[in-house]
Design a protein around this ligand. Structure first.
Ligand code: C5P
Length: 402
């Protein structure tokens, strides 16, 4: 098994007594483990025990001169291949769901771009409380994975759902989350977000893409070990771990960046919403109303090059090219025609007229369309899950064409 870096974040619940066993399982499996604990957690499990088992200092304080000099919390968040929150208390989940960062554990959880696995443990009524349900739902939508809680006798005397999963079960789930390194020695280019086409020095034509789908696809490729380049239109999203990001603004810049990366790439996923048209002669300074009198400017548009079609027209040399289609009607038929027109190996179609997914949402409902028209419709899923299903399919296509 490959040696990976696992950061165990411990919040304050009685189930923290199982964490030493979890660390032992992880160390036995060959992983490097580090541990951060909340103040409350250190009442339930001795940091000295955790420290002895993982072989490196256990940290709990955000502001500690000696600790920070050794490794700051952002470095710790960046260090991890995966972060495991065990036990995940109702309070820690609520703080993460709301983006609070007021101690070392919450700050690390917010700062990391590594996948996060949470193993909740709490009283059954707390687990079932609408506030907790809502927080868990939000975290799931953001790609946090959950293991448990399991049913049984709870430390508080109640029976029901709320027991933290057993250490061996959590350790097995961590292996699943770390995933097969199935894309090592594969170079992947993913585009994401919308392009922005200048009208003048302050205005632009753009579209409603948030970039979340493309970022999730790049994150999943990197997680599977691919050398991943993300060519991104303007976006405030943070760059996924182990991904090289190339920021672009216009369709022409995106084309240039993609073409420069293509010669050594084995897979291209064009998830970006590239503007089809751009103002033919953007003004270099701001168009002022006072200079126009009562009239409005007439903006002439020209077609942008179709990056996807251009790449599909080149010799493929075993490369897989995936396109996207955001449609608001006749989704499947339009997608089939688009795939035939562009000539890609797979088209991911989504219905942007739905209100429960798509633009700016953390979820998406997509249809995978293959040349010949074969289609696989997926249910509404977190974008991270859609990304995982997409790479499963791409890997299958690569396997069958090898
Ligand atoms: O033609 P349409 O814009 O609907 O096609 C969408 C697909 O084509 C997406 O994969 C998008 O990234 C790509 N595309 C492109 N260059 C364009 C327009 C779209 O590569 N100018």
């Amino acid at each position: 098994m490959e040696r990976r870096r696992v950061l165990v974040a411990v919040s304050g619940g009685i189930a923290a007594y199982k964490v030493p066993e979890l660390i032992r399982c992880l160390v036995r499996a060959g992983h490097t483990v580090r541990c951060v604990v909340t103040d409350a957690a250190s009442h339930f499990v001795s940091p000295l025990v955790l420290q002895a088992l993982c072989g490196s200092p256990v940290r709990s304080q955000l502001f500690d001169a000696s600790e920070e000099s050794e490794i700051d919390h952002v470095a710790l968040a960046d260090w991890a291949d995966i972060v495991v929150l065990a036990p995940a208390t109702a309070n820690t989940l609520a703080r993460l769901a709301n983006g609070l960062a007021d101690d070392l554990v919450s700050t690390t959880l917010l700062a990391t771009r590594a996948p996060l696995l949470a193993a909740p443990a709490m009283n059954v009524n707390m687990w079932r409380h609408p506030a907790t349900r809502e927080n868990v739902g939000r975290l799931r939508d953001r790609g946090v994975r959950f293991i448990g809680p399991e049913s049984g006798a709870l430390a508080c005397g109640w029976e029901g759902e709320g027991r933290m999963s057993e250490p061996e079960t959590i350790a097995a789930e961590i292996e699943l989350c770390l995933g097969p390194r199935s894309l090592t020695s594969t170079r992947v280019v993913v585009t994401a977000g919308g392009t922005r086409e200048p009208i003048d020095s302050v205005r632009a034509l753009t579209n409603r893409s948030s970039g979340k789908m493309g970022f999730a696809i790049a994150a999943e490729a990197a997680r599977r070990g691919a050398e991943t380049v993300l060519v991104a239109g303007p976006s405030a999203l943070s760059t996924p771990q182990s991904v090289r990001r190339v920021d672009v603004e216009t369709a022409l810049e995106m084309r240039e960046a993609v073409l420069a990366e293509m010669p050594t790439a084995s897979v291209l996923v064009m998830a970006a919403a590239v503007a089809d048209f751009r103002p033919s002669k953007p003004a270099t300074t701001k168009i002022r109303k006072e200079d126009l009198g009562d009239s409005a400017p007439v903006i002439e548009l020209v077609r942008n090059p179709d990056i996807l079609a251009e790449i599909c027209a080149q010799p493929r040399d075993g490369r897989i090219v995936v396109g996207f289609a955001a449609e608001d009607r006749d989704v499947l038929e339009t997608a089939r025609r688009k795939l035939a027109r562009k000539g890609c190996d797979l088209l991911v179609a989504n219905d942007v007229s739905r209100t429960d997914g798509g633009f700016d949402s953390d979820r998406n409902a997509v249809i995978f369309v293959r040349p010949g028209g074969e289609a696989e419709e997926l249910p509404l899923l977190a974008k991270a899950e859609v990304a995982a299903r997409l790479w499963d399919l791409i890997e299958k296509l690569r396997g069958s064409s090898a």
